[in-house]
Design a binder for this molecule. Structure first.
Ligand code: GDP
Ligand code: MG
Length: 162
């Protein structure tokens, strides 16, 4: 059976954009409005000769209760069914308390996590990814899902964990 890679993170950080970039087609729904990806959606994907299943999630796109109410969410289910996780954070916004709560949850799930710092469209902004070392997930991978920058290196690291 092929490995399963789940893409998780706060609303609007660019999870579906990244999934589309990896698939090389527009399959996942991208919206400016948070909350659009309501269910987990799974796609067949391939990178560097490795086939895997890629799961887009929207389960953390809840309101004020945030992560607490999301414990039983689709994203939680997706993580439990996955072999590895790409955690996407927003490099333009910087680190948030929600990011830290998600990391706690991921730690208890015990799956390998590769960290993607998205929306760094300009190489000049890559240094800002450094603040995410504090999440304790190893190297923050600076990417622009929109333009494709850094996505190859991210996938190399992610597929390595499968
Ligand atoms: P999701 O809620 O995490 O799935 O986020 P989406 O993929 O739906 O994207 C949310 C918004 O962020 C959309 O307006 C995207 O166009 C935008 N976005 C996603 N990736 C990037 C990126 O690399 N750079 C910039 N500037 N915007 C992005
Ligand atoms: Mg989405």
């Amino acid at each position: 059976p092929v490995g399963v890679l789940a893409v998780v993170g706060r609303p609007n950080v660019g999870k579906s954009t990244l999934v589309n970039r990896i698939l090389g087609r527009r399959a996942a729904v991208v919206e400016d409005t948070p909350g659009v990806t309501r269910d987990r959606v799974s796609y067949e994907a391939e990178w560097a000769g490795t086939d895997f299943k890629l799961v887009d999630t929207g389960g953390w796109e809840t309101d004020v209760e945030g992560i607490d109410s999301a414990i039983a969410s689709q994203a939680q289910v997706a993580v439990s069914l996955s072999d590895a996780v790409i955690l996407v954070v927003d490099g333009q916004v910087g680190m948030t308390a929600s990011d830290e709560r998600i990391v706690k949850m991921l730690r208890s799930a015990g799956k390998p996590v590769v960290l993607a710092v998205n929306k760094l469209d300009d190489q000049m902004a890559d240094y800002t990814a450094g603040e995410f070392w504090r999440l304790g997930l190893g190297e923050p991978h600076a990417i622009s899902a929109m333009h494709g920058r850094g996505v190859g290196d991210l996938l190399d690291a992610a597929v390595d964990t499968l």
